[in-house]
Design a protein around this ligand. Sequence first.
Ligand code: SF4
Length: 208
Amino acid sequence: MAEPNDATPFLPERRSLSALRDAAAGCRGCHLWRGATQTVFGEGLKRARLMLVGEQPGDKEDLAGKPFVGPAGKELDRGLEAAGIARDEAYLTNVVKHFKFEERGRRRIHQTPKRFEVDACRPWLEEELKVVRPEALLLLGATAAKAVMGSSFRLTRHRGELLDCDLAPIVTATVHPSSILRQRDDESRRAEREAFAEDLRVVAEALG
Ligand code: SF4
């Protein structure tokens, strides 16, 4: 039988964050649940003014069941702090809720989710957006940006700009914090860290 590719049948009747989180824990809307430890649903306040959307949970997030708790999460925390944004005042989530990886020996190496996997998981993000209704939406990385803005969106061209999108009054996109970790030396890491913090400051200022 063909593998399903849509989370919609798993959405609960009641659309509160806790009902959504509970239902997502049992989502079998695509094949990605098979290899992963658990669903990593979004985390944060229903009244959050800012929602941050990344690509997918990584190795540490998969084990902890929480978004942005691994090395990229630490980079995110650093950027948020530099921009004066309190992490616990924001809502953090990913476009794909299960960790996609390939095994190399004992290591699990991140794999970028494909378009059909992002499409399958999108109903969860749509419901999170409907419940939280953030004033500002910050898209972290090309996968999240394309998932929300469309496949023709070019992050390299529109990074840090205020985007025209009806999902929130303020919408902007920047790199995923994991890209800071991939810089080849300390100097480029420092520069990328500062550029990331600058993009976060744009959001902080727009929020006022
Ligand atoms: S990745 Fe998304 S659609 Fe696929 S099983 Fe997990 S929660 Fe469901």
